[in-house]
Design a protein around this ligand. Structure first.
Ligand code: PLP
Length: 394
């Protein structure tokens, strides 16, 4: 008794491993977790206090479904200051996290049968959201030997008359790679030539290292901006994952109105208390965010060095986000403690059972020769986990 729409949407294949890890923790096993897709830092105090104050001051009623005007004005100011993008409050919709923003775009912007270009490795929800919208995900493999850059001949070969949208996620989850200005320019050119909607997920914008600067593809030209929906939020930058505040900005008012309409009939406004806290977040000193990024950078360098020191693993250096994505292709087929490494699921299971370390199998991101490790955890945990992984592979 379920809709055709949901028949194609599969539960996460990593759920079994996740459930096993959780069970081990509740059984008292001393597990080192590298699975977290969220900062381990607490939400900064000024933001938490703003949330508390919102409750005591009874800011607990509905707001406009697309978000509070004050918050939208601050988001518009942020987009201008950080990204050089001119939007009015009316071009912005605040949703329950960037995931919800993306869901609104897929549902309001795509028809059944439309093709959506998704670069692989990808963040799993793009794939399943395309399925939920009854659109067709079209996977385009990134070239790992060139730091996961785009092979534009391959990309061009995947564009058909049915292609409606392309997803850009820079910095990327899971690879941490940051697209160059040149690549963004080429994507934009293809989008213009083929009349594509660009969905630009910029949620890891602040998590940048090695002097990299974030470029929003929408800032390349007014023509590109007019066909782009920028997606961003506070989850990763301000350690606010549980508050659920994300947003979109788009010039296309027909699409903005359709998304607003969808949101007004589904979730309505994101929690009022979270919106008040988000107003405070937008006013927070950028140094607070930078301090978290600096700590992530310290860990990034360390985890990368330790992963690369393990024989059989290779790892592209990530310039953004808070993940490393080691490649274990050379170890496939190897027997360890009586078990054979067949793919990312078996490896993740072996690491969990034998080494007591939780990683996310790459198959969750469309690659069975990788696993993802988040360094949103302490240096001490990084060392403890890597000691175990090293010992396991020995
Ligand atoms: C690439 C990417 N986009 C969007 C999101 C969603 O973020 P939010 O917590 O704001 O819904 C995530 C969260 O993991 C992500 O990794």
């Amino acid at each position: 008794m379920i809709s055709d729409r949901m028949k194609k949407v599969v539960p996460s294949i990593t759920l079994a491993i996740d459930a096993k890890a959780k069970q081990m923790i509740s059984d008292g096993v001393d597990l080192v977790g590298f699975g977290a897709g969220e900062p381990d830092f607490n939400t900064p105090d000024n933001i938490k206090l703003a949330g508390i104050k919102a409750i005591t001051e009874n800011k607990t009623r509905y707001t406009p479904s697309s978000g509070m005007p004050d918050l939208k004005n601050l988001i518009a100011a942020k987009l201008k200051k950080d990204n050089g993008l001119d939007y009015k409050a009316g071009n912005i919709i605040v949703s329950c996290g960037a995931k919800h923003s993306l869901f609104n775009i897929f549902m309001a912007g795509l028809n059944p049968g439309d093709e959506v270009i998704i670069f692989t490795p990808y963040w799993v929800s793009y794939y399943e959201m395309a399925n939920m919208a009854q659109a067709t995900p079209v996977l385009v493999a990134l070239d790992e030997s060139k730091n996961f850059e785009i092979d534009f001949d391959l990309l061009k070969s995947k564009i058909t008359i049915k292609t409606k949208a392309i997803i850009v996620n820079s910095p990327s989850n899971p690879t941490g790679c940051v697209l160059s200005a040149e690549s963004l320019g080429k994507i934009a050119e293809l989008a213009l030539q083929n009349n594509l909607l660009i969905i630009s997920d910029e949620i890891y914008e602040k998590n940048l290292y090695n002097g990299k600067k974030h470029i929003s593809i929408a800032s390349l030209s007014p023509e590109v901006k007019s066909r782009t929906v920028v997606v961003n939020g506070l989850s990763k930058s301000h350690a606010m994952t549980g508050w659920r505040i994300g947003y979109i900005a788009a010039d296309d008012m027909e699409l903005v109105r359709a998304m607003d309409n969808m949101q007004s009939h589904s979730t309505s406004n994101p929690a009022t208390i979270s919106q008040v806290a988000a107003i405070e977040a937008c006013k927070t000193n950028p140094a607070v965010v930078q301090a978290m990024v600096s700590e992530f950078d310290r860990r990034r360098k360390h985890i990368l060095e330790r992963v690369r020191a393990i024989q059989g693993l290779t790892c592209v250096e990530p310039d953004g986000a808070f993940y490393v994505f080691p490649n274990f292709k050379k170890l496939i087929g190897r027997q360890i403690r009586g078990k054979k490494i067949e793919g990312s699921l078996t490896l993740a299971d072996m690491l969990l059972t034998e080494a007591k370390v939780a990683v996310v199998p790459g198959i969750a991101f469309g690659s069975d020769i990788h696993f993802r490790m988040s360094y949103a955890t302490s240096m001490e945990m990084i060392d403890r986990g890597l000691d175990r992984i090293e010992e396991f592979f020995k």
